[in-house]
Write a protein that binds this ligand. Structure first.
Ligand code: AMP
Length: 410
């Protein structure tokens, strides 16, 4: 299937903020906040560079426009101290390969040595600064630290969608000192996660999974007003199943969420939103690869057993429910997909979503991983690069890193 199957989602200017192409960046120093927080293996080799690749349109634009391109990112959790395990040096090398041009690497993100390196930059040069989180002031959104960073540049661009839900010095503080705009990735994330969700082509189906209801309350509340169908899988489904008076054995259950689950079911009914939960599950007594498994209907989950994946009848039900969708948003796996024995439901749904004649949006780290592992990522219209940030947008909340940017002039 095509990536958006010709379905046109006109979202207009949903961002309402300046973007990099609104600014006269030729010959100017442009500080671009990116999210280069990529996974490394034990040998410090990058195992997945999609976050770096996602920032390339903005970086390449700035290079082509003749800006002096200064890149800054956080990386891991070095707890405010210099720690070589969290150096961005391996990222500089990978970026150099991806851009096919020299990437200079600064040993810090503020200070006279870095200022000196910036002063020597020529148009089109690229300089990556060392991990912002080597300074505790970054996460404290410290104004003095933000001002020191701002001295390096003439303009600030935020393209770090994955960090946009955090009010840090490099996402919010720095905007007090420089004209600020969004990068192309940021714009795209907002267009899909806000624009399409606010103005979907119908039927619009939300598929929610993952471990806990408590993590998705806000999303459920916000989407209840917008969608035509809600499909719930994963561990969170069993709190809903219990709320419907079925026994769930030893499955994940949030007793303090039972009232919310009941209210949600009633609320969706009132709004005429169709609601789907698993009709069968793969169960086991332990969450282990070698555990004995059974497939049982929702009415039959015995004591001592945990439901760890949706069963084949649920896969069929859910797949049929999304068949006529024109817009699908999916966040959260259908089971403990990290273990093969409990992964089939998630991968089957990944295929159904990819096969649907719809605009498809996938958000959240686990779901992103699942569609890649299922080999269908190329047929998903849009995969968000931010976990927490995408959830916050789906809750209908603003992101501090976006609110802080300069408003677009009429
Ligand atoms: P979340 O971070 O809330 O999106 O949850 C993702 C996690 O939920 C994954 O690590 C899954 O292993 C886990 N998960 C999904 N389904 C279940 C289930 N039925 N029981 C326990 N954990 C689950």
């Amino acid at each position: 299937m095509a990536r958006n199957n010709g379905i046109s989602h006109e979202v207009g200017d949903i961002l309402g903020k300046m973007t990099i192409d609104d600014l006269p960046i030729k010959g100017k120093r442009v500080f671009i906040r990116v999210d280069f927080n990529v996974p490394l293996d034990a040998n410090m080799v990058i195992t997945d560079d999609r976050r770096i690749r996602s920032a390339l349109p903005t970086i390449n634009y700035a290079i082509d426009e003749g800006a002096k391109v200064i890149l800054a990112s956080h990386f891991g959790r070095p707890k405010g101290k210099v720690d070589p395990r969290y150096s961005l040096a391996p990222v500089a090398k990978r970026l150099q390969r991806l851009l096919n041009k020299e990437v200079y690497f600064a040993p810090d993100c503020i200070g006279s040595q870095v200022e000196n390196m910036v002063s020597k930059m020529k148009e089109g040069d690229v300089l990556l600064l060392e991990n912002l989180r080597f300074h505790p002031e970054e996460e404290q959104n410290d104004a003095v630290f933000a001002k020191s960073m701002s001295k390096l540049a003439d303009f600030f661009i935020n393209d770090a969608f994955g960090a946009a839900h955090r009010a840090h010095a490099s996402t919010v503080g720095i905007t007090k000192f420089l004209p600020s705009a969004a990068g192309f990735l940021m714009k795209k994330e907002i267009e899909y996660l806000k624009g399409v969700v606010e103005n979907p082509v119908r039927p619009f189906v939300a598929i929610l999974g993952g471990s806990k209801v408590s993590g998705k309350i806000g999303v459920l509340q916000h989407l209840a007003d917008k969608v035509d169908k809600v499909i719930i899988g994963g561990g969170m489904a069993y709190t809903f199943i219990k709320a419907m008076d079925y026994e769930v054995g030893d499955s994940l259950l949030e007793t303090d969420m039972l009232d919310f689950a009941k209210e949600t079911i009633d609320n969706l009914k009132k709004k005429n939103v169709k609601f789907y939960i698993p009709v069968d599950s793969v169960i086991a007594q332990t969450i282990e690869p070698a555990a004995e498994t059974k497939i049982v209907t929702t009415q039959e989950i015995p004591k001592g057993w945990k439901a760890l994946d949706i069963g084949p009848a649920s896969v069929k039900l859910f797949s049929e429910a999304i068949q006529d969708a024109k817009t699908i948003i999916w966040n959260g796996p259908m089971g403990v997909f990290e273990i093969d024995a409990f992964s089939r439901g998630t991968y089957a749904i990944a295929h159904s979503v990819a096969d649907a004649y719809a605009l498809t949006i996938v958000g959240g780290g686990d779901t992103d991983y699942a569609v890649h592992k299922a080999g269908v990522s190329d047929t998903i219209t849009f995969i968000s690069t931010g976990g927490g940030a995408s959830l916050q947008l789906l809750e209908g909340k603003d992101l501090p890193g976006i609110s802080a940017l300069s408003d677009k002039k009429e």
